[in-house]
Structures are given as C-alpha cells and as structure tokens.
Design a protein around this ligand. Structure first.
Ligand code: BGP
Length: 478
C-alpha cells in the first residue's frame, strides 16, 4: 500500500465561495462580498452598494449555510476522512472590531462541526480564506495596518476556545503568497480601499503588499504560538500556492531567473512561516524594489516562536521562465507569471496541466522543510454538461485527478511524508478568480447558474463514484 494508514482523503471548500447567506445570522460584509463581479480579464472596482453583476454573485454562493446537513451526508457517502472548510471571520466578528463575538455565527459552526463529527469526518479549518471583514478594509486598508493583527488574534482566540474539542487541524491564511502576485493580492491582503483589481497600478504597491504580508506573518506566528501553548493537541499549518517553475532552456540566465522566481513566488512566505525568519535573499529583493518593512522590536522573536507544524499547498499548474524578452513576448503569459510550456496542455481557463510537476513540487518542498505535507487544493475547473437524466459524465476530471494522484504516489515512494489530499471544490462553488459558477470543480454538481437561476439541487457526477472508490481502496483503485 503506497499511501499510509490514516491518510486524510477528503475535499476542500471555503466560506467565501460556498457558504452564501452573506447577510444572514448577524454576519457582516466581507471583502469577498464586495468583489465578486469582476473577471480575470476585466477586474472591477468595488461597488459601494452591493449590486448584482452579470455573473452569479458569491454572496449566495452554493448555499452551504442552508445545505450543510445534506452536503456532509454526501461527503460521508464518498467516505471522506477530512473536510476542508473555512470560518467566515465576518460571521464571528461582523466588522472585525467588536469585543463580543456574534453568538449566532458561532452557533452555525457548532452545528456544522457537530454534523461532521456524527459523520466521522475531521474538519480542517482555514481561519482566513480570501476573507476579511470589509469594515477593516474601510478603516485600516486591511492588512496594511498593524492594527488588524489584534483583530485577527481576537478572532483566533474566540474560535480556538469555542471549537477546541471539535477541530484539530487549522491553517492560518489561505494562499498567503497570493499577496505577492498582482492578481489575488486584494482578496488576501484586503488592502487598497474601494478597489478589487490587481494592485499593480496602485502607487507604492510593492511596499503595501510586503508590509501587509509582514503583518500576516506576525499574525500567523502569534496564532501558532497561542495554539501550541494552550491547545497542544492542535496541528496548525501554513497554506501557499505552489506552482512549479522550470527554466525554459539550460541557458544559465534562464536557470538563475527561474531560481529567483521560485523564491519570489513559491518560497518567500513559507520560508518565514516554516523556518521562523526572513530568508537570506529577502534583503536584496527589498533593496532593489525599494521596500522598507516596518517591524516592531519583538517581531523577529514572534516569527521564531510561531513556526507551523505542517506545510499545505494548492497545486494547479506550473510555468516556464525565460530571461529572453523576445521569447517571453512570443510564448504568451501564464496566470501565475512566467510563460507557457509547449509540452503541456491547458484547461479551458488556460491553466497548464502538469501532474508530474506535482511530484517535482512535493519532493522540492519536503527536501527543504522536512515537515509533513498536505495537498489541500488541486483539481480541474471545467464546463460540465448536465444530461437530461440528471447525470454528468466528467471523464476529463477523473482523468486529471487520476494522473495527479499517481504522481502523489510516486512522491510518497520517493520518501515524501504526505498527510492527505483534499481536491478543491469537491462540490461546485463560485470561482475565486472569475466569480463564475460556470467554472466547476466538483464531484457534486450544484444546480445554479451565472444568471442566478437554478434550484441549488445537488447531483452526483461520474467522478463522485470514482472518488468514493479511490478513498475506499486508499488510492489503489484509480
Ligand atoms: C485557489 C483558491 C480557491 C479556489 C481555487 C480555484 O487559488 O484558494 O479559493 O477558488 O484557487 O480557483 P478558481 O476558483 O479561480 O478557479
């Protein structure tokens, strides 16, 4: 048997794209409730009043809020061991500034955890998944302000105390390194009031981003320390996007550029969260980009005292790096930077599919950190066709996941300590990057469309039965 006994098979979701009920039960507006109508190609500014765009709005999402019992029953039927979800910060502290939490919000997650426990499924909880109370964006420009660290810690203390008997596995921030990328920085950092596009055209954007990230590193480390001191049974991890990068030729210029891009995007944040200090290459990067991180005197110690217990990541694609501007021009870009790889195929959204890159990434990460790893997102966003009889034949998704699981198995044979696997959007949710419902990842189809029609009915796709069998056989029957 390749995968160890107790390997955590399951699926991943996040409140901002799944839960809906954005203004029910005392919940406040979060940043993601304000910027769901953009798309990758034409991001929009945040509208002051929430209004319906042409795309299906994520503030209804696929309504986990009212369907959690049914959804957890489906997860149980597939044999899930673990259920990745996030808590909506603005459901617990509607503006992030209250001193007393919203009891109705806390009660909702009591009910969810109770249901998971009855089903014998372990929750894996992301504390902040592209979500921050919007009032903190208005008041402080999100994570750019140090004040937000205290708000986050107050929220962590509340949920740690309340759910200490229900939740063992925690992640401090979803895809923290998306803060280094133009796209994604606004959702994860909550900075730049009134704006939801890439922040590349905002003055001082690098300074804003890296100062904001510093505050997130401190907040993450403080949360880890509290967990270690007060709740020794907790396991608390980081979460990064990992997109393998390859030099496009063996020209040393390409190799060096590739090494730099691997550091800038893939390693920078996790080096700090896993090792507890800024990496050696940070100084030159900051100097060359005119970034001055303002630190408090105790920050370095806080980082050292708050190293994560395990490393988790999302894996969707890889990219190539070329130092030759003519080649970059000709080859066409990639969503996570770099250029297209001619050896790989792409999804309908241009994400390049690279299962072997997952084996490569797992080996590189494990070599570097030597702590347990978990793939907490992976999957194929695709257009699914609902047949008249209610079936959905998503063989392309099965094929994608099968190839990635095979490569995870190779990595385990290479010696990597892999804890588990939770494919993204195991039930259809709203897309983070485009706000669409049409981009689906699930084993379960949700009858809901971009124009807002659909009755939210849940239907099993072919991949549902396939994945059930994968779990049952601990990854042997692919
Ligand atoms: C990751 C995010 C998720 C999820 C996924 C798929 O970056 O952590 O929130 O949405 O990507 O992306 P998309 O929904 O844009 O297809």
């Amino acid at each position: 048997m390749t995968f160890k006994n107790g390997f955590l098979w399951g699926g991943a979701t996040a409140a901002n794209q799944y839960e809906g009920a954005w203004n029910i039960g005392g919940k406040g507006a979060s940043i993601s409730d304000h910027c769901t109508c953009g798309s990758q190609s034409s991001p929009k500014r945040i509208t002051p009043v929430l209004e319906k765009g042409t795309l299906y709005p994520s503030w209804e999402a696929t309504d986990f809020y009212h369907h959690f019992k049914e959804d957890i029953a489906l997860a149980k039927e597939m044999g899930f061991h673990v259920f990745r979800m996030s808590i909506n910060w603005s459901r617990i502290y509607p503006t992030g500034l209250e001193t007393v939490p919203n009891e109705e919000g806390l009660k909702f997650y009591d009910n969810v955890f109770h249901e998971l426990s009855k089903a014998g499924i372990e929750p894996l909880v992301t504390i902040s998944h592209y979500e921050i109370p919007y009032a903190l964006v208005e008041k402080y420009n999100g994570w750019y302000s140090r004040e937000v660290i205290n708000c986050y810690i107050r929220y962590c203390k509340t949920i740690f105390a309340r759910y200490q008997d229900n939740v063992k596995y925690w992640l401090t921030f979803n895809e923290i390194n998306s803060g280094t990328l133009p796209l994604g920085a606004v959702l994860s950092l909550g900075t730049v009031k009134g704006y939801c596009g890439p922040i590349a055209d905002v003055p001082d954007e690098k300074q804003i981003r890296y100062q904001g990230l510093h505050h997130q590193f401190v907040a993450s480390a403080k949360a880890v320390k509290i967990a270690h001191d007060k709740y020794p049974h907790f396991k608390i991890g980081n979460m990064s996007i990992f997109a393998a990068k390859y030099p496009s030729t063996c020209n040393p210029d390409d190799v060096l550029l590739c090494q730099k891009r691997m550091r800038d995007m893939n390693w920078f944040c996790s080096d700090i969260q896993v090792r507890g200090y800024y990496p050696c290459y940070a100084k030159r990067f900051f100097d060359e980009n005119n970034i001055q991180i303002v630190k408090d005197s105790g920050d370095d110690k806080i980082l050292r005292d708050g190293k994560v217990d395990f490393y988790t990541f999302s894996y969707y694609m890889s990219a190539c790096e070329s130092a030759d501007p003519a080649i970059v021009e000709q080859a066409g870009g990639n969503i996570i930077g770099g250029i297209r790889n001619p050896y790989l195929k792409s999804s309908d959204w241009g994400w390049q599919i690279d299962p072997k890159g997952l084996r490569y990434s797992l080996n590189e990460i494990y070599d570097r950190y030597q702590i347990p790893l978990m793939v907490v997102e992976n999957g194929l966003g695709a257009f699914d066709r609902l047949e008249e009889d209610g079936s959905i034949h998503d063989t392309y998704r099965i094929d994608y996941l099968r190839q990635h699981i095979r490569q995870m198995a190779e990595a385990v044979k290479d010696g990597v300590d892999l804890m588990g696997y939770t494919p993204w959007g195991w039930i259809d949710v709203v897309s983070a990057s485009t706000g669409e419902m049409a981009k689906r990842y699930g084993f379960v189809y949700v009858n809901k469309y971009d124009d807002g029609t659909g009755d939210l009915d849940r239907l099993k796709k072919d991949s549902f039965f396939w994945y059930k069998n994968v779990i049952e056989s601990n990854g042997e029957n692919l």
